[in-house]
Design a protein around this ligand. Structure first.
Ligand SMILES: [Zn+2]
Length: 465
């Protein structure tokens, strides 16, 4: 198999027309804006080489690139580090508008840049809810003003997240924000009639519906996975069937009504079985998994630390094992962080009062590398696929998740595999500190991130002006 065969599939829409989303922040141009990446291993393969970025695109690859670079180009000596396409996260919560005390578009963008991301999708459960074009455009333009990461607002499926009436998908899709994904995430669209109408509507305007799968009548008062640990600790259990029943229902709806449905944060072995079935029938169903559902289990409950409360809850080892295999096999399409910042008062309290959610943007690449790559199971092409190419394809996002080749947009990240670091909430770019990995060794580090030819993370730190 040549390298080319591993590139994103030929069916991926030609996006040379990039940018195609609203007004983008201007691309730096001119000789002084050139960036020379020296000595990188492209996808971790072959010999170190040089990559020259000019006018927001990859201008040249190879040892000669250094010679054609302008004398005042910025030169980054990357000495054998790994060059990947910029990461794309389909699922984050940047909390703006409404909870700017816990995260903003600016701080969330800085966290994204430090995590290697060049595009993120921020969920609609803001206050007010992102259920109209005005709020979506405000968030989009704040992202472009910050210019550390493309911040794509996700529109809510129902007005006010009330689960009663659909929002205007078409108006939001046509707005400057070009909303391409809709979700009531945080809540499930549990009413089957509303979900059916949403799927039928979504098909007409070609947008993606992302479902938070949780049958609410099975999770009333639930705070932790329904298993031995929760039972012993006296915590109300969140059973697997609450997720799986909605996955099954929505798979059948996507089959019969033909819209594109995406399963948020798959967390159980049974969900994997259902996805296998759906994919075997060619149902247009895709799915994501979070790093925390791949690596953490409900044993964590024993600490009673609210930082481990998350929705869906941390499951058991048999679930993490099935989820890992499903990601390798392509049954689960991609990784999404579900980055969910919370203030300390919302986390340092009784477990059942803690708000569900964990930080994820700054630790995800290191965790995925640790689980899949550093043990030799998978290569860096796998990381490019599950953290960049697939999420960009699923969301039909132009300019991101593209092959590393001359003429392609310079949305890139660089992984330093020789520098480990310790996760500390205090030191993160996020405004919140609720990382479940506090004190854990992270084996690799993002050294550099580049958005349309502009360096957004340098030597591991977001470039804030
Ligand atoms: Zn969710």
């Amino acid at each position: 198999m040549t390298n080319n065969d591993k590139s994103p599939s030929a069916t991926y829409p030609d996006d040379r027309a990039y940018p195609a989303t609203g007004d983008l922040a201007p691309v730096p141009t001119g000789a002084e804006a050139e960036v020379l990446l020296q000595g990188v291993l492209i996808y971790g393969e072959g010999e170190p080489t040089d990559v020259l970025l000019r006018d927001g695109v990859i201008a040249e690859i190879g040892q000669a690139a250094g010679k054609t670079a302008a004398t005042n180009a910025e030169v980054l000596d990357l000495n054998g580090q790994i060059l990947l396409p910029g990461l794309v996260d389909m699922h984050v919560h940047l909390r703006e508008p409404g909870r700017e005390d816990t995260e903003t578009v600016a701080t969330g963008s800085a966290a994204a840049a430090q995590g290697g991301f060049t595009a993120v999708f921020t969920m609609a459960n803001t206050a007010p809810v992102m259920d109209n074009p005005t709020i979506a455009e405000t968030v989009w333009y704040k992202g472009q003003k910050t210019n550390l990461c493309d911040v794509h607002p996700v529109g809510s499926i129902s007005k006010g997240l009330q689960g009663k009436e659909l929002t205007e998908f078409g108006m939001m899709a046509d707005s400057d924000a070009k909303v391409r994904m809709f979700s009531d995430d945080g809540k499930c669209v549990d009413d089957p009639r509303l979900m059916r109408r949403a799927i039928e509507y979504s098909r007409g305007v070609d947008v993606l519906l992302a479902q938070h799968c949780e049958e609410p009548r099975l999770t009333e008062g639930a705070v932790a996975h329904e298993g031995d640990h929760a039972a012993r600790l006296g915590l109300r259990g969140w059973p697997r069937v609450a997720e799986e029943s909605i996955v099954a229902r929505d798979a059948i709806m996507a089959r019969d009504y033909g819209g594109r449905v995406h399963i948020c944060h798959a967390s159980t072995e049974g969900t994997v079985e259902l996805l296998k079935w759906a994919k075997a029938q060619n149902i247009p169903l895709t799915a994501e998994v979070t790093p925390h559902h791949l690596i953490l289990t409900d044993e964590r409950l024993e600490t009673f630390d609210g930082v481990n409360r998350v929705n869906p809850p941390l499951r058991e080892e048999r679930d993490t094992r099935a989820l890992r295999q499903a990601l390798v096999d392509g049954i689960i399409d991609c990784v999404a962080t579900d980055h969910a910042p919370h203030g300390s008062e919302e986390k340092c309290c009784e477990f059942d009062k803690a708000r569900p959610g964990m930080l994820g943007l700054e630790t995800s690449l290191a965790l995925i590398a640790q689980i899949f790559v550093l043990n030799g199971d998978q290569d860096w092409r796998f990381v490019a696929r599950v953290m960049s190419e697939r999420p960009a394809q699923i969301t039909k996002l132009p300019g991101h998740g593209r092959p590393i080749a001359v003429g392609e947009p310079a949305n890139l990240c660089v992984v330093d595999t020789t520098t480990s670091w310790v996760a500390e909430g205090e030191k993160m770019a996020s405004k919140s500190r609720n990382t479940p990995y506090e004190g854990m060794d992270m084996p690799v580090k993002i050294s550099t991130t580049i958005l349309r030819g502009k360096v957004t993370c340098r030597e591991g730190l977001a470039v804030t002006e």
